[in-house]
Write a protein that binds this ligand. Structure first.
Ligand SMILES: [Zn+2]
Length: 209
């Protein structure tokens, strides 16, 4: 338990039930993972988890809870650090031979791809990531991490070592009932283009960089 009392957990969001659909092999540049597909019961929205090794033995599992970032994860954007963080997490799991990535389809901290492009447009005109969301009348962070808990529980994972720079995420996951026994930083992917963005995440969202 590394909950920091000065960091308030995000509102404990509605319990979104998920059901497991299928599991397959996923060979990658960072070794072979198992990919587990889930659907939200109410909406059919899909999410995946990648796992490596035996993770259901009760020992803490090296885990990344990653929210989808199409621009960073798949299109090599340098506006953020999502792609390098995902890769570093997969690499760390390969090095350990054991771990889990919960990949939630919550694009743009939950506002969706098109709203993210709208927010980027405002950022091109000088706003920061928080100001842009506020100007659009959108939440700064609309992600639901109860989803992550439900997926981890399906995989019989209750104790994790969380790879993140975001103490809010630690607090929120702990509030859902996941035991975060330690936090491992992921300081990767810094570049000229995302310097200001990462500074804002540090100053306004409490990220540790
Ligand atoms: Zn990103």
């Amino acid at each position: 338990m590394i909950y920091q009392p000065e960091i308030k957990p995000a509102n404990i969001q509605a319990n979104i039930e998920v059901k497991h659909i299928a599991t397959c092999r996923l060979p990658t540049e960072w070794g072979e993972f198992q990919m587990h597909g889930f659907e939200e019961v109410a909406t059919g929205q899909d999410h995946v988890a990648l796992t490596m090794g035996d993770i259901d033995d009760g020992e803490p599992v090296l885990t990344r809870v990653h929210s989808e970032c199409l621009t960073g994860d798949a299109l090599f954007s340098q506006r953020c650090d999502c792609g390098p963080q995902l890769q570093a997490a997969m690499q760390a799991i390969q090095a350990k031979g054991r771990g889990c990535i919960v990949y939630l389809r919550q694009e743009g901290r939950g506002i969706g791809l098109i709203n993210k492009i709208r927010a980027y447009q405002l950022q091109d005109q000088g706003m920061d990531t928080v100001e842009a969301n506020v100007a659009l009348g959108l939440p700064v962070d609309a992600r639901n991490f109860v989803l992550a808990r439900n997926i981890l529980h399906y995989l019989h994972v209750t104790d994790i070592v969380l790879m993140t720079n975001n103490p809010q995420k630690v607090a929120t996951l702990e509030a859902t009932g996941i035991e975060v026994v330690a936090r491992e930083p992921l300081i990767v992917g810094l570049n000229k283009e995302n310097e200001q963005y990462l500074q804002t995440k540090h100053d306004k969202l409490g990220h540790m960089l």
